[in-house]
Design a protein around this ligand. Structure first.
Ligand code: FAD
Ligand code: DHB
Length: 396
């Protein structure tokens, strides 16, 4: 037997995009049903992003999801760039008219949004969409008790991440992508951060980064080969590489127990347009960026802000102008973030010689990277460009 129900917006995916969209819509009186194939515990534990742009923080506060973030989030006013034995601070507020960053884990944003209590079906299977080119698209799934559901929607929002079912349900997409010749190995460690601000380090042994999650927990990353296996990286080997790559005279990196480790590939991907008929894509379902520069989560938030405004206008006021503009409105920011993530990734990582034709060509790349790093750490104009992009542009 199939349960047939109705809602205004069917949302797929309980990541930041789906959860915030559901909350924004509820605040405007638009009802929605959200389906997620993982368990609530899994969604609340998954370790990912940690840096929230100024605009993301402002939005979370404005929509009533900022209370714990304001208590527990760590306010940052810039980053360190390290290369060739030098460490430079880039001060965002003075370069951007006061914009700052907040370190507050994505998983905490997800917990805060789930805790509101909007209707979510966790642990669903067989998620599918159909009839997206009609004005009554269907979202179907099997719930965790094995009951089949079909929800008739006005609109479906595909917020189901890079490996979801929404994007493949669309046809004629224009796809652009780049795969980088390295990956990030990330750890969580039970040790107070050894730094006040995030450190991005370019070194001959490869890129490394020191971030954090709380006054007691550090988050660190090192560049590894794209086909590297986590089993090859003992805790000792990881700390040894972090010490070499982040090492700086007069500064100590304190080690501690590693509580989690994983490898993330580095890839950029954009699918356009972000809408077909009554199916709208948002967040990683439509685009991913390499993590350098911390744009993925923030882009997902920007998408759903635009989408919520467009859907409220469509479903409450009966006007389709914002929905029709949705894809173009989002893609301007998507491409700006894609450029910035490419810029940070290319400037900071060590490219394997095999990427180029010869050692001399690899050397050329390395010399360009140092020249670029010297520019952003010595020219106010170049530093301002980095700071504006990193701290993020105002939300639409
Ligand atoms: P997701 O978070 O992927 O959520 C999609 C949801 O859909 C998931 O819960 C998934 O289980 C669900 N789903 C998938 N398929 C189905 C289906 N068939 N049916 C039902 N549900 C389904 N970004 C930043 O901005 N700053 C950072 O500092 C940063 N650091 C990162 C570090 C790492 C190591 C990684 C991996 C990513 C990082 N990112 C960062 C990127 C950021 O985490 C993502 O861009 C963000 O998660 C996108 O949110 P989303 O809601 O679009 O997708
Ligand atoms: C973090 C992740 C990033 O990709 C980044 O550029 C900065 C910080 C983090 O997980 O804390």
């Amino acid at each position: 037997m199939t349960m047939r129900t109705r809602t205004q917006v069917g949302i797929i995916g309980a990541g930041p995009a789906g959860l915030l969209l559901q909350h924004l819509l509820a605040r405007a009186g638009v009802d929605s049903v959200l389906v997620e194939n993982r368990s609530r515990e899994y969604c609340e534990k998954r370790q990912r992003a940690g840096v929230l742009e100024h605009g993301t923080v402002e939005l979370l506060k404005e929509i009533g999801l900022g209370a714990r973030m304001e208590r527990e989030g760590l306010l940052h006013s810039g980053i360190y760039l390290q290369f060739a034995g030098e460490r430079h601070h880039i001060d965002f507020p003075s370069l951007t008219g006061g914009r700052t960053l907040t370190v507050y884990a994505q998983t905490e944003v997800v917990k805060d949004a789930i805790a509101v209590g909007h209707p979510i079906h966790f642990e669903v299977s067989d998620t599918a969409v159909r009839d997206i080119d009609t004005d009554r698209p269907i979202l179907s799934f099997t719930d965790r008790d094995g009951v089949a559901h079909e929800i008739e929607c006005d609109v479906i929002a595909g917020c189901d991440g890079f490996h979801g079912v929404s994007r493949p349900a669309m046809s004629g997409l224009r796809v652009s992508e780049r795969t980088y010749p390295f990956a990030w190995l990330g750890i969580l460690a039970s040790v107070p951060p050894s730094t006040d601000e995030l450190i991005y380090a370019h070194s001959p042994q490869g890129f490394a980064m020191h971030s954090m999650r709380s006054p007691e927990v550090s988050r660190l990353y090192i560049q590894v080969d794209p086909d590297e296996k986590i089993e090859n990286w003992s805790d000792d080997r990881i700390w040894e590489q972090l010490q070499v790559r982040l090492g700086h005279p007069g500064w100590t990196l304190t080690e501690g127990p590693i509580t989690e480790k994983g490898i993330t590939p580095m890839r950029s991907f954009v699918a356009e347009p972000m809408r077909q008929g009554r199916l709208f894509l948002a967040g990683d379902a439509a685009h991913i960026v390499p993590p350098t520069g911390a744009k993925g989560l923030n882009l997902a938030v920007a998408d759903v802000k635009v989408l919520a405004d467009a859907l409220v206008r469509l479903l409450v006021e009966g006007k389709s102008d914002l929905a029709d503009a949705y894809s173009d409105t989002c893609l301007t920011r998507v491409w700006r973030s894609t450029w910035f993530s490419w810029f940070m990734t290319s400037m900071l990582h060590t490219f394997p010689v095999s990427t180029f034709g010869s050692p001399a060509e690899a050397e050329f790349q390395e010399r360009l990277q140092i020249a670029q790093l010297r520019q952003v750490t010595s020219s106010t104009a170049a530093a301002t460009n980095l700071a504006e992009n990193y701290a993020g542009w105002p939300l639409p």
